[in-house]
Design a protein around this ligand. Structure first.
Ligand code: HSE
Length: 415
């Protein structure tokens, strides 16, 4: 966005955490001559930090205002967001959005609308808050064959896990803090059950691997069933549990996607991604490994990504969606080394884990380590989640023996 007198007008949908961050940044940077035309919100009854005259309650008032150059869609409801973005794109307008669920679930249509009507949609703020990962995959690494993109993509669940590890507070307390700090989604189930990370992963797969994958087809578990004994076990082997999403070319040159709680060891870049930070590790065929870390949630960090998109869109930038898929999506995935804890032993017996070893002789819950294929785990995903099982991936560097030894040592204290 060039500083100067040529004022551009922006219409903002929503005035939650991200929209307020964007508004602050616009007000603090008048040299960029971006003027807020109006802010469209739903409820007339909320107390807000700006005078009533700044708000509109009718999306059509903004959408049909021909003096507006660009829209920022920053509401939490994915269906309403889609209706707004769809109408704007059909009118050939420029829109920036932070709504990962809306983007991930409707990417083919959103691409087609841009191609047909000439409008522009950018959504950097939808993925990893302040880390410019979409632009990185889309533009800088457009020609680089990528081997893997993995990371901590959800700030709220990472905040909760960090607090469980370092402060020993309860899960509900940590979740309440993440909500109070404005990190969590309006419906925090999206954060803790892994859907938010999954939506972000699917957007990254589209830009990094040229593969549009429907989120509901991807293996994913969340952190909602974690218990202090899982944290204690991880700590006993020097690991931290993090919710890790990955898209990787397997040995058979297929693309596998997954979102799984993971025991992360100190030699992993993601080990030092704490609180609401996100971290992205990228492995390019020629560039090698790179690691990016930044705030993944919060008003100003996410507002900054929207601001960057507004500037880029006004300067004529658009996604090219030029990357061609190099590989088919691998529904089998490779073999996973897994830790599972559940109270229902009969349910666990039906999950086809191989090389099973028990960590929990005589303890309340069943704790197992074993091996399973991604496809088999996906087939049991719903049942395991409904039964309250906690599932975590074990890295190659963590042997079953070290977990058994750590576990045996821990339970000495319980008997
Ligand atoms: N709820 C999201 C998170 C916000 O916690 O990461 C940023 O996308």
């Amino acid at each position: 966005m060039k500083a100067g007198n040529n004022k551009k007008r922006i219409g903002i949908f929503g005035f939650g955490c991200v929209a307020q961050g964007l508004y602050d940044i616009i007000q603090a940077n008048p040299q960029y001559s971006l003027e807020v035309a109006s802010i469209c919100v739903k409820s007339r009854n909320k107390t807000r930090s700006l005078p009533e005259t700044r708000f509109s309650y009718d999306p059509q008032q903004l959408l049909q205002d021909t003096t507006i150059d660009i829209f920022a869609e920053l509401i939490s409801d994915a269906d309403e967001a889609l209706a707004i973005v769809r109408q704007a794109l059909k009118a050939g307008k420029t829109v920036v959005s932070a709504n990962k669920k809306m983007v991930a679930e409707n990417l083919p249509e959103l691409v087609q609308l841009q191609q047909e009507f000439g409008g522009v949609l950018l959504y950097e703020a939808a993925v990893c808050g302040s880390i410019p990962v979409v632009r990185l995959l889309e533009s800088y690494f457009a020609a680089e064959p990528l081997q893997e993109v993995r990371g901590v993509l959800n700030g709220s669940s990472n905040y909760i896990l960090s607090k469980l590890h370092t402060e020993g507070i309860s899960y509900p307390e940590a979740l309440a803090e993440a909500q109070a700090l404005g990190f969590a989604e309006a419906d925090p189930i999206l954060d803790v059950q892994g859907y938010d990370a999954l939506n972000k992963l699917c957007i990254m797969a589209a830009h990094g691997f040229g593969q549009v994958v429907p989120p509901q087809k991807v293996l994913h578990f969340g952190i909602q069933h974690i218990q202090p004994e899982d944290i204690a076990l991880a700590q006993a082997v020097g690991a931290r549990i993090k919710l890790v999403a990955s898209a990787r070319h397997s040995a058979s040159q297929m693309l596998s996607l997954q979102v799984l709680p993971t025991f992360v060891l100190p030699d992993d870049d993601l080990f030092v991604v704490d609180e609401e930070f996100n971290g992205v590790q990228l492995h390019g065929a020629y560039a090698g490994k790179q690691f990016f870390k930044g705030r993944g949630a919060g008003s100003h960090p996410t507002g900054s990504a929207v601001w960057a998109d507004v500037a880029a869109a006004l300067a004529g930038f658009r996604y090219s969606y030029a990357r061609e898929a190099r590989a088919a999506v691998d529904r089998q995935a490779s073999l996973l080394q897994l830790y599972v804890r559940a109270s229902d032993a009969r349910l666990l017996a039906r999950v086809p884990l191989q090389e099973v070893q028990s960590l929990s002789e005589g303890h309340r819950d069943v704790q197992l380590v074993g091996t399973i294929s991604g496809a088999e785990l996906f087939a049991h995903q719903e049942r395991l989640e409904q039964a309250g099982a906690f599932v975590a991936l074990l890295p190659a560097g963590l042997s079953h023996e070290s977990l058994l030894a750590a576990s045996a040592k821990r339970y000495q204290y319980f008997v």
